[in-house]
Design a protein around this ligand. Structure first.
Ligand SMILES: Cc1ncc(COP(=O)(O)O)c(C=O)c1O
Length: 501
């Protein structure tokens, strides 16, 4: 049948063949149930093979642009090819060229080791095509997000009335928190934000995004244990007020990325309460320590913050992305973010039926709460508590090892699960510059030759090797072997220096 073209032009514009292919077009992006199942099964097999094979692999893989482009570049095909072939290509030519952040010997940056129910939750959420934006569009997912957010509220010791939402990560959580803080402060001109010189760069970025001018972003010095210096904070705030600036938020660390340092949360909460400044706590790395008794003690005071950002894709064993933002009073988020739109007028369900999109910057949102819920339901909180504690226990053991080693120096006491150390042979005085060189050589040799992966940081300018131990699958052998490699490469680097090489 020729298609009636209405205003489009003469009927003969479309041939019978065009019309037949258009009629079939609605099926062109579909697969049969058998094809879908076979493909999903193969995808699951590939993932399980990868996970089972991790212990045989190095913790890092990657390649240069040219080599990867040679494999991957090309125009999109006009006609498709077998899906299984595409899947195999992704599994062999793309996905392996990345840091294996869930490898038991990956200690760089902040590792991530997702549990299988969490991975499948992302698959299910995508398959069910959830848009966790409003109650009307996603009542089940919204109800579950409220449940999981309420778990987090209780773990952190927040009162009833606190609430929040899942975000892409800690950076987005901080950004949303800054927006809420600015709203609560009444959008002052000449706004200032405060953070320690150890705060994550995400906070400077968040401040820039909300329009804080460079001179309004105040970096407060940290003490010899990398915790924000309260006196310095009080002095800078005082001077700023005298100069006509308006502080809108102070940002505290509940586990810095460099050393795991925890700022004086109680003192900062007292200060912010007295000064009427919003206190945001960045707990992206350290926040989930709160599920353990030890962590809860270390993070004491966090429950007094106006907002807390934390990442379940770090120390709570979820796949990316799984950030969260909690606020003491969930209305503060809605005041900052809720903006009506005619097209959304049908989505207002009223009290106790929040549209979670009104609490943050995304309207269309993936259903991130499902992964936390499915994995906690599957394994139970006792297992999660043990897994989080394991990171702290292994870090404490690594600290003891370093303190006993003749070759290694502990650069700051372990906090949470981060160990900062360097090679420093006890008997020879090499000088700071040479020590830096030796340690950079050690880092490079671990990278190229060892199975494990480390990264480094700067501790007030001093080069430090750094292990972040939060993988539930890491054992003492993994940590000890890596420390032994550092000692061995360190010994060899010192020997070649002595030989004048
Ligand atoms: C302490 C800290 N804050 C914030 C962030 C940023 O979080 P995300 O990468 O989830 O945006 C990180 C990331 O590692 C972090 O370690």
């Amino acid at each position: 049948m020729p298609h009636s073209t209405g205003g489009l032009g003469p009927e003969q514009e479309f041939s019978d063949q065009d019309s037949a292919s258009r009629a079939g077009a609605h099926r062109e992006l579909l697969m049969t149930p058998e094809q879908m199942l076979a493909l999903a099964q193969r995808a699951a097999e590939l993932l399980i093979e990868r996970t089972e094979g991790l212990s045989e692999e190095k913790a890092w893989d990657g390649d240069f642009q040219q080599a990867l482009q040679n494999q991957l570049a090309g125009d999109p095909p006009e006609n498709g090819r077998p899906a299984a072939e595409v899947l195999e290509q992704a599994a062999k030519a793309v996905l392996p060229f990345a840091a294996r952040l869930d490898h038991a010997r990956f200690f760089g940056f902040i590792p991530s080791s997702p549990t299988w129910p969490g991975v499948l939750a992302d698959f299910m959420a995508a398959g069910y095509n959830v848009n966790a934006c409003t109650w009307l569009v996603a009542s089940g997912p919204s109800a579950l997000e409220l449940v999981v957010i309420d778990w987090l509220r209780r773990w952190l010791g927040y009162p009833d009335g606190a609430g929040g939402l899942f975000t892409s990560g800690g950076s987005a959580a901080s950004l949303d928190a800054f927006v809420a803080a600015r709203e609560a402060a009444g959008h002052p001109e000449r706004a200032t934000v405060y953070m320690s010189d150890q705060s994550h760069s995400a906070h400077v970025r968040a401040a820039r995004i909300i329009g804080i001018r460079p001179e309004g972003i105040r970096m407060i010095p940290s003490d010899d244990r990398f915790r924000l210096d309260m006196e310095a904070l009080a002095q800078v705030v005082r001077e700023d007020r005298d100069a006509g600036f308006s502080p809108i938020t102070v940002c505290a660390n509940a586990g810095t990325a460099s050393t795991g340092a925890i700022d004086p949360l109680e003192a900062m909460a007292d200060f912010c309460a007295a000064e009427k400044i919003w206190l945001h706590v960045d707990a992206a790395y350290g926040g989930f320590a709160a599920v353990t008794e030890e962590g809860r003690k270390l993070l004491h005071g966090i429950e007094r913050a106006d907002s807390i950002g934390l990442d379940a894709h770090k120390w709570f064993f979820q796949p990316y992305e799984a950030g969260c933002l909690l606020v003491r009073d969930s209305r503060t988020l809605e005041n900052a973010f809720r903006v009506g739109h005619d097209i959304l007028q049908d989505t207002v369900w009223g009290k106790n039926h929040p549209n979670i999109a009104d609490r943050g910057s995304q309207l269309s949102r993936s259903f991130r709460a499902l992964k936390v819920w499915m994995s906690v339901q599957t394994f139970g909180m006792a297992a999660f508590r043990r897994a989080v504690s394991k990171g702290m226990d292994l870090a404490a053991r690594a600290e003891a090892y370093v303190l006993e080693s003749e070759m290694l120096e502990l650069l700051t006491p372990v906090s949470l699960s981060i160990v900062c150390l360097r090679v420093k042979p006890g008997r020879i005085d090499l000088g700071e510059e040479t020590l830096d060189e030796v340690n950079r050589t050690v880092l490079a040799r671990i990278f190229w030759e060892d199975q494990g992966f480390l990264s480094s940081t700067l501790l007030k300018g001093r080069f430090s090797l750094r292990l972040c131990i939060i993988n539930h699958n890491t054992n003492w052998d993994d940590v000890r072997d890596t420390l032994e490699s550092i000692e061995r490469y360190g010994t060899e680097a010192c020997a070649s220096l002595a030989d004048g090489e």
